[in-house]
Design a protein around this ligand. Sequence first.
Ligand code: NAI
Length: 247
Amino acid sequence: MGFEGKAAIITGAARGIGGEIAIALAKAGADIVLVDVLPQEEIDAAAKEIEATGVRTLALKADVTSMDQMNEVAAKTVETFGNISILINNAGITRDSLALRMTDEQWDLVIAVNLKGTFVATRAVMRQMMKQRAGKIVNIASIVGVMGNAGQANYSASKAGIIGLTKSMAKELAARNINVNAVAPGFIATAMTDHLADNVKEQMLAQIPLKRFGSVEDVSRAVKFLCSEDSAYVTGHVLHITGGMGM
Ligand code: NAI
């Protein structure tokens, strides 16, 4: 499948979109490093499922906001697999509130995990990728980083920031044959979106030309493409996975 012998680090990999990306890359033959802040047992359980596909895994509890912890993740990956070929910056959180009521903590936490975490993890792996003169980095942004969304000033700013970061890193790393792209999913059915009220879900559905919510597989297939040699000439791009919402 073209991913054999390649190690992929996926942040926020214990469940949801990150978990599905991990499975998709494993099925394509990549060795998988799952990074998450959830309890170690939950990360181990996700890793076990992936090992069933026949690839090797590392299940690491680490916080993407910590440079030390992410440097440790990078070091363990190189020690175990001898390379870091792919980084998926997927870890992300929401702390929704109208701006009038948003606390400093809500603002700071979302920017720290979503935006700074993406930069920290990128910085942790880029030296190794530069040495290899090869690498694929895919950042999970969001369509609200393009369109904005009432009640998500912190989240949409973090995702718009990821889009700017993606383009800057694409320019900085292009000379070393490292592709940096982002995907901007729309409404994807996961734990993050489960708790939304039914009337909010109906309003969202009305804005989606393809008339359905996205699945985690819709996202993982696009991410796999951006990690493959089929997209070798694509960098600094933001691929919308939205069923047409926000075009
Ligand atoms: P999720 O909440 O199911 O999974 C996120 C994972 O990230 C969790 O396992 C969580 O423990 C982990 N995580 C959180 N903080 C972390 C930290 N500091 N360090 C390491 N790991 C951490 O969410 P979901 O829906 O799977 O989202 C994944 C990504 O996709 C996020 O970046 C999200 O913003 C983005 N996204 C999701 C959409 C959706 O509709 N579900 C739409 C657009 C983007």
